[in-house]
Design a protein around this ligand. Structure first.
Ligand code: CDT
Length: 317
């Protein structure tokens, strides 16, 4: 039986600092309803989808900071998303800032969840690769303070059997690291979902980063191609709190091809049919990890990394 999943990447336009959770949830609900009308099985919202991306500015007051975090999921404002998903019979992915209590102390994560058509949370991921700085950077045009606001994710890269296939999650900066996709693929991921808030410039340099858009696609297409997995990348786009962010929300096939991509920097749905069996076919014919992945040849290099003196060959037994 074919395993074709119709997926919507729900790009968000900018969310202003004053927009309430309730306002944003209404925007997400309207995208979810549109996705359902288009016959989608799954709608993928972005990273920190419920608010403006607050790591782009500095706050000191703990209460002010914590107001950007969710203490429960679903909570009073987000409950509607779960209820509507059940009513429509559609799954969703949602990124948000999570505040939780672990071992007697508050922990803060950049989290995303996968929710089934029945409104149950299937899986949770907490962002591992946190970009940016742990301290305020005076003089920068905007901040990138994820290391200041978030703890490093402690759930690892996990996958779940869901929607007739195997789904893996990661978030934004994770997509720039090949290990992310490889670990997920080794854990069977056929469909990798991720949201991102990516500026089109560097905070400490004037002007645009000319390769920002190229690098966004490069890393996701390479991740898909080198691991034979579908990748769904979803942006928060446009000028938000003074930071201009790239869009390019897209759906990428296991052969690395972009099959659908956003054309705006606004709320926009990008829809594609994802044949999950294409993953197995491509992996079998082009990659075949079991047959061709040469782990024994990588191990000595990994073990010796850092111990090699200049000029010494890594091939030295
Ligand atoms: N949100 C997030 O992870 N942003 C990072 C900025 C890194 S700058 C190279 C990103 O990968 O888009």
């Amino acid at each position: 039986m074919p395993r074709t999943l119709t997926v919507a990447a729900a790009q968000s336009g900018p969310v202003s600092r004053s927009e309430t959770r309730g306002d944003v949830v209404e925007r997400l609900l309207s995208q979810m309803r549109e996705a359902s009308r288009l016959g989608c099985d799954l709608v993928v919202f972005t990273e920190v989808a419920l608010t403006a991306f607050f790591p782009h500015w500095y706050m000191e007051d703990r209460d002010e900071i914590d107001a950007w975090f969710e203490r429960e999921m679903p909570g009073p404002e987000t409950r509607k998303l779960f209820d509507e998903a059940v009513r429509l019979g559609i799954g969703f992915h949602l990124g948000y800032a999570e505040l939780t209590r672990e071992e007697g102390r508050d922990r803060r994560y950049n989290t995303s969840i996968l929710v089934g058509r029945d409104g149950r949370i299937i899986g949770k991921y907490r962002k591992i690769h946190l970009p940016g700085n742990a301290e305020f950077q005076p003089g920068d045009r905007y901040q990138n303070l994820e290391k200041y606001y978030f703890d490093r994710g402690n759930l690892g890269f996990r996958t779940w059997r869901a929607f007739g296939g195997v789904v893996g999650l990661c978030t934004c900066y994770d997509r720039r690291w090949p290990e992310t996709y490889r670990v997920l693929a080794l854990r069977g991921a056929e469909l990798i979902l991720l949201g991102y808030n990516t500026p089109d410039s560097w905070p400490d340099r004037p002007g645009k980063a000319p390769l920002a858009r190229f690098h966004n696609l490069l890393c996701m297409q390479a991740g898909a191609y080198q691991n034979g997995a579908w990748v769904v990348g979803v942006a928060k786009a446009g000028v938000e709190a003074g930071v201009s962010q790239i869009g390019q929300s897209c759906i990428i096939s296991p052969e690395g091809e972009i099959v659908a991509m956003a054309t705006s920097l606004e709320d926009e749905l990008v829809v594609a049919e994802c044949d999950l069996d294409q993953t197995a076919r491509y992996r079998k014919h082009a990659l075949n990890f079991d047959q061709n992945r040469s782990i024994r040849d990588y191990r000595p290099i990994t073990e010796r990394a850092g111990a090699v003196s200049p000029g010494e060959s890594l091939d030295t037994p």
